[in-house]
Design a binder for this molecule. Sequence first.
Ligand code: SAH
Length: 250
Amino acid sequence: MSYKLKKKWGQHLLIASGIIKKMTEFIQINSGETIVEIGPGTGNLTKELLKTNLGKLYLIEIDPEMIEILEREIKDERVIILYADATNFDFSSLKEKSLKLVGNLPYNFASLIIENTVFNKDYIPFAFYMIQKEVAERLINGKSWLSIFVQTFYELKYLMSIPSKYFIPQPKVVSAFVKFKRRNYSEVTDLKTYKEFLIRLFSQKRKMLKHKINKTYLQRLNISEKKRVEELELKDFLSLYLSFLNESQK
Ligand code: SAH
C-alpha cells in the first residue's frame, strides 16, 4: 500500500497500538451505539473501534486517497464512509439523535472542527478529540473566545498526553486526548450571536473591560471594571451575554 501523506490536511498517523487501545477504552462504547470518526486516515483507530460492539460507524474524511484506502481495507457492514469536510459538516443530515464523535484531528483544522462540533451540539452529547496539547490547555483554561464558547456547552476533561514519537510523521508538538461532555442546560440559544459577542469581548485582550462594556452592566453584575477579559469566569461571560441580549431586545 503506497500513499503520500499530506501536510495541508495535517496527516500524522497514529502508529502505537497501545495508545489506540487506550483511546478506545476512554470512549467507553456501548453496545449498538453510533460513532462518528473524524479524519480516519488509513484507518488505524477505525480498526480498533470496530473491535467493539458499536452499532454504526460513520467515517468523515476529506482526502480522496484516504477514502480509497478505507474502501479497500475496511470491510465491515457497520461502516459508512463519507467523503466530506468536518469543519462544516451538517450532522443533522445523518438523521441520528445521539452521536459520539472521536478523532485524531488534523491540528491545523482542530479549532474549526471543534467549533463545528459545538454548532451541531444537539446531536453530539460526547466528543473525544486528539489535539495539540497547547490547544487543549488553552481550551480548558478559558483563554480564548473559542474556549468560552466550547465550555458554555461542554465540560472538558484532559484524559492523557501523547508524545510525538507515536505518530508518523512526528509532529513538532505534544498531543492531548480530551473528552467533551455536553452540559445539561444552557440559556444560550442563538450560537451565532453568542460567538460574535465573545469574539468582540476577546478582541484587544489587554484592554480593561470598562473600555468594551458599559460600566452600568459591570456594576450591576458585580464585575470589576478594571478586569481584563482573560480574568473573567464562565459564569461572568454568561451573565454579561444574557444582559446584553436583554438590553438589545428592549
Ligand atoms: N485517524 C488517523 C489519521 C489522523 S491524521 C490516525 O490516527 O492514524 C488527520 C486525518 O484527518 C487525515 O486523514 C486527514 O486527511 C483528515 N482531515 C484533514 N482535514 C479534514 C477535514 N476538514 N475533514 C475531514 N477530515 C480531514
